[in-house]
Design a protein around this ligand. Sequence first.
Ligand code: ATP
Ligand code: MG
Length: 337
Amino acid sequence: MTQTITVIRGDGIGPEIMDATLHVLDAMKLGLAYEEADAGLVALEKHGDLLPQATLDSISRNKVALKSPLTTPVGGGFSSINVQLRRHFDLYANVRPATSFPNTRSRFTEGVDIITVRENTEGAYTAEGQETAPDGSWAVSITRNTRKGSERIVRYAFDLARSTGRKKVTVVHKANILKSTSGIFLNAARDVAKEYPDIECNEMIVDNCCMQLVMRPEQFDIIVTTNLFGDIISDLCAGLIGGLGLIPGANIGKDAAIFEAVHGSAPDIAGKGVANPCALLLGAAQMLDHIGMADRATQLRAAIVATLEAKDSLTPDLGGTGTTMSFAKAIAGRVAA
Ligand code: ATP
Ligand code: MG
């Protein structure tokens, strides 16, 4: 049966990097079918809705989406479309791999291979109980972690370790100070870890983890952590290996998965044809892993590495003079059909 993917072209540089990504996927002759769906500013203009029901229906039907960045208009009371998508489909696992690549402008062009598994639905990002004193003298918000939510994200991380042949999971927390919310996560992690005696597990307090990441990133394999810490740590990891143009993100739930670039719509370079398509291409590689085409995902990653190694048509963020499409064509020329 042909696998159909919901394709969301998005805003800003979105359409350019999606064209580039689909060009490479087509060259691989994967036999996938695409169903286009609108979201973001484009959808607001065309359908009067940032996230039309037809788009939600398409993702429900196909269970897999490849998504470019979306712009949520500032003001007007719109809530983030990405957050809405994560909530709607309960996409609880946000998986962000940071791998060192050759010829990037970064401190670590080798030796980094870290997957951050971030809890995506609870913690400090529930937007619950937000309150500010009328005179601005205090503010509160609620952080809520559940035993169930903690267990399922940690289990996801250990299962990922097993399925990808990785050896170690580092549980990152702040349970020494945030005794309740980080404590429940740490306790759940300790219990789940017992079910995986074949995978090494260690614990690290988040502040120490940040220092260790900068000094000795090679010690990390998979990191699992709560929502806020995962958000910060995955950007730190992006910085280690050469920036936002190289980090994809998978948002995974029980019934659907959405694959994307971690970066935003980059309005400053939109329409110029210079955006680096690698983050979305690497998101497509995560998608191929997810739909049972892991060997093709490996080929795609190898073609990206080979193109970086050859410095062939690299985009300006990587120090080259290539364009989004010339870079994609150089990658497409190195993938096996
Ligand atoms: P948004 O509000 O959609 O997040 P933003 O203004 O925050 O947009 P980002 O997309 O987050 O912009 O990008 C931050 C910076 O990184 C910008 O200067 C942008 O040009 C650059 N950037 C982001 N993605 C890429 C890419 N794929 N290739 C090259 N540069 C990029
Ligand atoms: Mg941004």
